[in-house]
Write a protein that binds this ligand. Structure first.
Ligand code: URA
Length: 228
């Protein structure tokens, strides 16, 4: 792709802004000034990018994938109503690209949230057809025993839904902590399943989404990942 397109795809600015930066010798790739907007750029060969002397993030192109450890009180939306957007946890440069969250977490849910600009990958990860596992740590309101796990594994009828939904796995770590694995992503699914099984969710943390967990990230931190 040419330099102008590359800078736009990097979230550096509008076409006009990027053209101005290029013309004014303010763009350096791998420490070399690039001042011709038609120069061909191979994204995989870009190690560093400086704009007006400042180091920019080198966003993997054409597609990139982000793992965020979502804190509570952030909305999974570009147009949040009550809390800040989860996208506000990312640098402006990344937010200026065409990013979407892969599925949603409720504002009060914490843990693994994936973000991408790859629509096909997003579809593959969220479509029920592909049965991608998600593991949640659920803090329960009422002490539970094995009957809760059996109900969830056998399937519960969600309120306002005509079909039963079953957990892939349900294990009690202690009487107030349930580890629940599901492979769909229905609206408020975990809270609704636990309610349908006669208990209540006090706190919900997504520990794992497919192969990804947040072990190396504090809440609010993110990193690029490379799916297989
Ligand atoms: N299920 C829920 O109820 N809430 C979430 O945020 C995710 C799964």
């Amino acid at each position: 792709m040419n330099l102008l397109k590359y800078l736009q795809a990097q979230g550096i600015g509008t076409r006009k802004e990027c053209a101005w930066l290029i013309k004014n010798d303010l763009v350096e790739i791998n420490q070399i000034i690039c001042n011709n907007e038609k120069t061909e750029v191979q994204p995989e060969n870009v190690q560093t990018l400086h704009i007006d002397g400042e180091e920019a993030i080198v966003i993997p192109l054409p597609y990139f994938y982000i793992l965020l450890n979502k804190p509570a009180n952030y909305e999974t939306s570009h147009k949040p109503r009550d809390y800040p957007s989860i996208f506000s946890l990312l640098p402006d440069q990344v937010r200026a690209t065409d990013i979407q969250a892969i599925g949603r977490l409720d504002a009060d849910t914490t843990g693994v949230l994936l973000i991408t600009n790859d629509g096909q990958f997003n579809h593959r990860m969220t479509s029920p057809k592909y049965k991608i596992s998600k593991i949640y740590r659920v803090t329960l309101k009422h002490a539970a025993d094995e009957t809760l796990c059996s109900s969830l594994k056998n399937g519960v009828l969600l309120h306002d839904d005509n079909e039963t939904v079953a957990a892939q796995e349900a294990i009690l770590r202690d009487e107030y902590t349930l580890i629940l694995t599901i492979n769909e992503g229905k609206y408020h699914q975990v809270k609704r399943m636990v309610a349908a099984a006669g208990n209540r969710v006090v706190h919900l943390n997504r520990e794992r989404f497919d192969n990804w967990d947040t072990q190396d990230l504090e809440q609010g931190e993110w990193r690029f990942i490379q799916p297989e």
